[in-house]
Design a protein around this ligand. Structure first.
Ligand code: HEC
Length: 283
């Protein structure tokens, strides 16, 4: 009887440890998250905290609005309450928005996920940071993992304002960072390329559509492969194949990479010029 008892005791010990870990690291934080009645957003400039606003602060300073839109993340029409993105950015960043010093905005999620977009896109009308799902009272789970998109979720009401057109739809927003892209992502930036060169145009496309999933030299998104290290994509794939793949990856594979049917031949050449340039400055 001695042996089996020992096994059972060991199992119980492991089980209670697992239960303890689940409670402390998974269950309690969820409960706390779900119950936080006054979540806040931190605003940063070049990665440094500038200020923070709680939902109560925002409600007392801005006009909440009720909106209805076709939500691409849910694939259906949804109703929300929130604030126009422009109002929030003006409140938080003031004159910094107009200084011309900063080129991009990163939305940082609770889990650290970064969605970066050009300030020129972000400042267009149509964006709303929403904090309440009016259809279900509490947040309806979204995405493959059934994520709770609260406390703050960025949505766009314009027809073409989708991720493929470089409008980010991040959820669980914890912080918003106004920055110069090349300071935050120096290894993605084509140092020395003239602003009117094909390589620079390719970089801007890459920044807008690709960096959320792909890295260059280890810096950037982690969903897809690095496209410059240790080998550049142009070193092991012929140009025509890269261009074909970028335009219509769905013709080749079941993949998470979206099609880019609107990219012109000159856009694709610019992306290739960027890859060649990045290979050259890496070597
Ligand atoms: C939503 C994520 C996502 C986005 C956005 C994305 N990709 Fe990808 N990409 C992937 C993934 C994942 C793969 C790897 C394998 C696969 O699923 O095909 C990949 C593969 C590739 C490949 C390699 C194909 C090969 O030879 O195996 C290239 C080149 C590429 N992507 C370029 C781009 C460019 C350029 C953009 C922007 C215009 C882009 N990707 C946008 C996810 C993405």
């Amino acid at each position: 009887m001695h042996g089996p008892m020992k096994i059972r005791a060991g199992f119980l010990r492991r089980f209670s440890l697992a239960l303890f870990a689940f409670t402390v690291f998974i269950f309690l934080p969820r409960l706390a998250g779900a119950r936080n009645p006054d979540p806040s957003i931190e605003f940063q400039i070049a990665g440094k905290p500038l200020n923070a606003f709680t939902l109560t602060d925002l409600k007392s300073r801005l006009e909440p609005q009720r909106i209805e839109l076709y939500d691409i993340e849910y694939g259906k029409t949804k109703r929300y309450e929130g604030f126009p993105l422009g109002d929030i950015l003006r409140l938080a960043f003031g004159e910094n928005l107009k200084s011309g010093e900063y080129t991009d905005v990163a939305f940082i999620a609770l889990d650290g996920y970064n969605a970066v977009a050009a300030l020129s896109r972000i400042r267009e009308p149509g964006g709303y940071i929403v904090y309440s799902d009016l259809d279900s009272g509490k947040w309806e789970p979204v995405g493959k993992q059934g994520t709770d998109p609260g406390p703050f979720y960025l949505v766009w009401t314009g027809k073409g304002q989708t991720p493929v057109n470089e409008y980010p739809w991040p959820w669980q927003i914890a912080a918003v960072n106004l920055m110069r892209f090349q300071d935050q992502y120096p290894l993605v930036f084509p140092k020395g390329a003239a602003a009117d060169s094909a390589a620079y145009k390719g970089y801007e496309l890459f920044k807008g559509r690709c960096v959320r999933c792909h890295s260059m030299n280890g810096e950037g998104g982690k969903v897809g492969p690095d496209l410059n290290a240790p080998k550049s994509i142009v070193e092991y794939r012929p140009a025509y194949m890269i261009k074909e793949f970028i335009k219509h990856p769905s013709r080749y594979r079941y993949t998470h990479m979206p099609d880019n049917p609107d990219l012109t031949e000159s856009d694709l050449d610019a992306l290739l010029a960027y890859f060649h340039y990045m290979k050259k400055i890496r070597d």
